[in-house]
Design a protein. Structure first.
Length: 163
């Protein structure tokens, strides 16, 4: 079952599967051949918003999908989750390069970075600028839910009016 990303998404209740966003198929296509060589994954956004005891579903999915990887979850909110081995919870703000640098100071370079954070366009750009160099050569940087970049609630708007 470890190799079936869609089943893992359902098992752990993450929104990355076909019940919500349907990201598992493209992830499996691009990452499946590397499953056993990935050693470090970073996901921005743990889920659960301010609730310190909720979230982490996709971290569990990644841990099971990549059998040799340490999975790092970064969130702006304090999290107190029982996620077991090979998952590290880090507090940091994706909109602040200094906060990202401090939060990830002891981390290795990543094979995969997934931005599923606050979905605010300017924060996505800030995180990308700060983190892309932290990828291993040939690594993947995925930004989820980009449709929100057009939503005024996330700083979006008509072309040319973004904040």
């Amino acid at each position: 079952m470890g190799g079936d990303l869609e089943r893992l998404a359902r098992l752990w209740g993450t929104d990355k599967g076909t019940t919500r966003h349907s990201y598992t198929a493209p992830y499996a296509t691009h990452l499946g051949p590397r499953r056993r060589t990935v050693t470090a994954v970073l996901e921005i956004g743990i889920g659960g918003y301010e609730d310190p005891h909720y979230g982490g579903q996709s971290l569990l999915m990644w841990r099971n999908y990549f059998p040799r990887a340490m999975v790092y979850g970064l969130d702006v909110f304090e999290k107190q989750l029982s996620v077991g081995s090979r998952i590290v919870i880090i507090r940091g703000d994706q909109s602040d390069p200094d906060s990202l640098a401090r939060a990830l100071a002891g981390c290795p370079r990543f094979d995969l970075i997934v931005d599923d954070g606050d979905h605010i366009g300017s924060h996505i750009v800030t995180a990308f600028a700060a983190l892309f160099a932290r990828l291993v050569p040939g690594g993947f940087y995925a930004i989820e839910d980009l449709q929100t970049a057009y939503d005024p609630d996330y700083g979006g708007g008509p072309a040319g009016t973004e904040g």
